[in-house]
Design a binder for this molecule. Sequence first.
Ligand code: SAM
Length: 247
Amino acid sequence: MFKTGVFRELCAISAGIEGFLTDREGWLLYQLARRASGGCIVEIGSWQGKSTVWIGLGAKASASHGEPSRVYAIDPHTGSEEHQKPGEKIWTLERFKANISRNGLDRIVTPIVERAHNARRAFEQPVSLLFIDGAHDYDSVKQDYELWAPLVVEGGYIVFHDTQQAGVKKFVDEIIPTGPFAKVYFQDTICYGKKVVRHSSVDAFRGRAMIRLKNEFLDVCDGAVSKEHKKWVKQRVKFVRALLTIL
Ligand SMILES: C[S@@+](CC[C@H](N)C(=O)[O-])C[C@H]1O[C@@H](n2cnc3c(N)ncnc32)[C@H](O)[C@@H]1O
């Protein structure tokens, strides 16, 4: 799946944009943006546009079925706490806009230069894909989810990034098994599900199992263990993850 010419082309584009996303995560976002329908796409946390470009190109590729979904990219462009250093001013909007333009996405991506909770006040459109990658402390992720998830249509995707970060992990581990999610899946640090109105016991089982696997995968990636052990755990995790997708 990863060996296609399109994937290689997109990786080359992505390599030219500073940001925080693996190519596998970008490819997943691209595929979800291609599939998303019934609403616009909202990204919370864009930085210089690495994820926005994967998502925007996915939305553009889906345009063969009609109009591409519009992508609203919300970011105050002043960085998160972890980016800020005393005496240094962060301002990423110009680089973000340049990356969007260079990739022919001006007509698809609309930047909203605000914090997500302020942007939500004037936003009432249905959303087909919500990508949450703003501030990573527990309260902010929870607030982003609680304010924006109600706009997601049934069958739309809710995607969390950086689920290895303590605050994000805590919230995602709580909400995924108990919230309105079906078809939960993870790729590297991304964890996502499809929004459902009623969440069955099978959905809950798959959600819990995917969360356990994701944490096992992320722990072994970070852990001081031998290469062989890492490889073995990763292979096992991938095998069980593939089995779980049958549910
Ligand atoms: C981890 S970076 C996003 C990385 C980006 N998605 C990428 O692929 O490179 C987090 C971003 O969230 C933004 N941010 C911080 N607090 C926010 C908030 N309350 N609402 C929206 N964005 C926020 C920061 O300015 C920063 O650009």
